[in-house]
Design a protein around this ligand. Structure first.
Ligand code: ADP
Length: 255
């Protein structure tokens, strides 16, 4: 198509066609790079837990380790964790490769937030965390109910995981002239300033969270970011270590 581009033909269409082919080639190469990076990441993430499992099982077979109930339960936990990881990765691939079909409808945000938040009440109570919800009513956006719920649940799960006992989690919904603004505020462990720009990258986990027994793999926020983007929205984070974090989402209001 390089040569096609050079022809000063009277056929404007051929020139335009060449441009679109060029654009298509660029997109394909971008997708190819994304796919390669993702498969590298996936094998990296799965290789080490698999190696651990394998060596433990070999030791059990060889009789070097006793198959105690506790040991078997730990192996099982690891398999459950890897299964979750595979499911999350599957989800991320679907979303990133734009196979995601949103079922758009007019959404009452206060209502949707309530539904998601209500599901967290027992969990928060069990950890002595105060969960506060303040929503202005009559705020509508065009969105996919299930996907929005997925966004809210992921952010609430993180707020829960990274907030210590007796903390406070607030969800506040407001609006300005043309946007709905949702803030998830917690009094948790916070995120280092230098880490803030990485938290939405897949597999990124803060040092603190890596040492916590929360079982995540650093995929939740990348799914959230893609879902917010699919809704034409934006998500930002602000945080102070030891004080807490604020995740802010902005969506265009439905007309
Ligand atoms: P995961 O929680 O599985 O590690 P996420 O993609 O959901 O993965 O989050 C990425 C990282 O961002 C976490 O490991 C943690 O370091 C940081 N993080 C996310 N939410 C919070 C929060 N509310 N408070 C403190 N740190 C957070």
């Amino acid at each position: 198509y390089e040569c096609v581009k050079n022809i000063k033909a009277d056929t404007k269409e051929i020139y335009e066609l060449a441009i679109s082919i060029e654009e298509l080639a660029r997109q394909l190469s971008e997708q190819e790079q994304l796919r390669k990076r993702l498969s590298n990441d996936i094998s990296h993430e799965l290789r080490s837990p698999l190696a651990v499992l394998r060596s433990q099982i070999e030791a059990l077979i060889d009789g070097v380790l006793e198959p105690t109930e506790e040991r078997l339960a730990r192996l099982n936990d690891e398999i459950v964790r890897m299964t979750k990881l595979i499911n999350d990765l599957n989800e991320l691939v679907t979303i990133e490769s734009e196979h995601l079909q949103l079922k758009i409808m007019k959404i009452n945000l206060a209502e949707e937030l309530s539904t998601s938040i209500d599901g967290f009440i027992p969990l928060m109570e069990s950890k002595g965390i105060q969960l506060i919800h303040e929503s202005e009513s009559e705020i509508y956006i065009n969105g996919d109910k299930d996907r929005l719920k997925q966004i809210f649940v992921n952010l609430l799960t993180n707020a829960y995981k990274y907030t210590n006992e007796g903390g406070i989690i607030k969800v506040i919904l407001t609006k300005n002239e043309d946007e709905a603004i949702i803030r998830f505020i917690d009094t948790g462990i916070g995120i280092k300033k230098g880490d803030l720009s990485y938290v939405f990258q897949r597999f990124y986990r803060g040092d603190e969270s890596r040492s916590r027994k929360t079982g995540g793999a650093g995929i939740g926020l990348s799914i959230v970011k893609e879902l917010v983007k699919a809704h034409d929205g934006i998500i930002t984070v602000d945080s102070e270590i030891g004080k807490g974090s604020i995740f802010t989402i902005k969506f265009k209001l439905s007309q």
